[in-house]
Design a protein around this ligand. Sequence first.
Ligand code: ADP
Length: 449
Amino acid sequence: MLFRIVSFLFFQALGAALGWWLGQLPGALLAAILGAWCWFVVDVWRGNKVVGWLRHGDADSAPQLMGMWGEAADRARRLVRQLQKNEAQSDDRLHQVLTAIQASPNGVVLLDEHSHIEWCNQTACDHFGFNLERDHMQVITNLVRAPEFIGYFNANNFSKDVVMVSPVMRAASPMRMSVQMFPYGGNRKLLLSRDVTSLELADAMRRDFVANVSHEIRTPLTVLTGFIETLQTLPLSAEERTQYLALMSNQAHRMQGLVVDLLTLSRLEGNPPPSLNEWVSVGSLLKRCEEDAHGLARMIAKDGDKPLQLFFPQEDADAGHYELAGAGNELQSALSNLVNNAVRYTPAGGEIRVQFTRQPDGSGRVSVTDTGPGIAPEHIPRLTERFYRLDRSRSRDTGGTGLGLAIVKHVLQRHGAQLQIRSTIGKGSEFSVVFPPSRVRKQLTEELV
Ligand code: ADP
């Protein structure tokens, strides 16, 4: 302000001095007024420079002026710089928020007041088949035409989600997704989508499993209660009683077998992974399988049947020299299951051969080959599903629960091993287990020799 007053007085004084020199007092008065006008013109020119810069210029090209206009330009420049800094910071924050939303496993779509798509993340594009460039500001109901979604949208009640099939075609089964809207900021909406295919699958599997277990338990229970009622109500001979009690014991054992297998499965699911430092001899595992197989074969053989021929590795074969890393009881249960299945499904007089070989890549292979009925190729991928059975009556008659191969699969998964099944209808089957090299070693005592 001081500069303004001083410069104004200076212009007048300079005019007055020049006027005095040219025409004494009247000249001085006239020139002082002229000086004031000159100052005014210069001031307007300076103010105009600042206004011009404010209209078009950027913060860096602010005019360098003195006095009030200079200060105004300087303050405006600082204000603009601060605003630009704030804007850059909010842009940065917005970018970070959008990047975080991009990383979300859920689909996120932002809709404006008229349900136009303002923005969506890549997951939403994958779920709904959107292309943000093409579909930006399109009305969502024009793009998502699934009747469930249209009904949900029109009902305008977004307290729950809606489950629909994704319009995106996939090679695997179609994706099921849960979609929910969340109104915000007046009439805007946030739409979230979530892939629930595996959740629904797990739910269906759980329901099937409960239904299967109930069914498996109900059948022997019905038989048992029937016999109990008969024993209670009918006067039976001692011979009949013995016969009925034997049948009852059979059903009770069947239930017991089922419960044992169910407990084994749940233990396998809950247990920590088997150690890599515990070693079991392949020879002793197969020896135990051999004893079990002979016992089972005797138990299920009918009078007059030709006996099964069982071939197990000799003491000096590979099996006697190698060890496997893992939980001994689990490995025993898996291998025994495969051998017992071969015994149970191979008709009288058939042949069962069990072998262990160390393969060139260091892995170990236990194979169980039988001359049973064989399995059609379409059943093979499903054999390890719980309760999946081809020959129900043979399974039941020989004490099967339908869980044996499910247990085998679990045990092998935990040991990083693979189950390979080869079978030819009418000729027989081969169930092989391949253990990775890290879980196979020569017996230590031999290595030291
Ligand atoms: P189960 O208790 O019924 O034997 P598993 O899970 O052990 O249940 O086997 C599933 C099904 O696979 C069996 O019901 C049977 O139909 C078939 N299966 C298993 N092993 C053999 C085999 N060695 N030969 C023919 N079929 C087999």
